[in-house]
Design a protein. Structure first.
Length: 201
């Protein structure tokens, strides 16, 4: 099951801007790794090497394009589709570049005793990759998956690599962001009382 990160600009933009993305003002989600930057996700590097805005999510990236704050945003293809389904008023406001930033495959992570039947997984993903990576695979799945046409791979190494994707500084920043958001939600909950006005809130 695959997807791709695509370059998105305002509809009617000159197609030439997609010829050299690195020369454009770009919205790239903070902490993500992109092909245009050789998958270097260090925020400081991106700020220094490119004209990059680093919003916290793909939705904000699209709004940056809409508002003219950047020339190009990078979002998953499926996200743009879902965004336009949810907000049909933006149909026709965006255009995708001819080449993606990157193409990748998703994987399914499941416990050995997951309730989802194996044949249902095979049915849903029969058109995609037949490779399954597991860090622990007991006898039932070890026998069933190859019989269903899947190839098993050891997943311990990629799992360890995935844990190391974020730098210590990035992890600390994300923890602080979460703490601030949680604090704000508690304050908001405490402030929501009958009769309060929007200005009072």
């Amino acid at each position: 099951m695959g997807d791709q990160e695509i370059y998105v600009a305002a509809n009617g933009s000159d197609l030439a801007l997609f010829d050299d993305i690195t020369g454009q003002k770009i919205a790239a989600v903070y902490g993500y790794h992109y092909g245009f930057a050789d998958f270097n996700g260090d925020p400081a590097y991106l700020q220094q090497a490119y004209a990059v805005e680093q919003p916290l999510n793909s939705c904000t990236s699209l709004y940056y394009v809409r508002d003219g704050r950047v020339n190009v945003s990078i979002v998953p293809d499926i996200y743009l589709q879902k965004f336009l389904e949810a907000y049909p008023q933006y149909q026709g406001r965006f255009m995708a570049g001819p080449q993606p930033d990157q193409v990748y495959e998703h994987s399914i992570v499941m416990s050995e005793d997951a309730p989802t039947a194996l044949d249902e997984i095979v049915r849903q993903h029969s058109g995609g990759s037949r490779r399954v990576a597991m860090d622990h695979c007991g006898p039932p799945l070890t026998l069933a998956l190859p019989d269903a046409g899947f190839v098993l791979y050891e997943a311990q190494e990629p799992i360890e690599r995935a844990r190391a994707v974020k730098s210590d500084e990035e992890v600390q920043c994300m923890r602080i962001t979460r703490a601030v958001a949680e604090h704000g939600m508690v304050r908001m909950r405490d402030a929501l009382v009958p009769g309060i006005t929007e200005n009072g809130l």
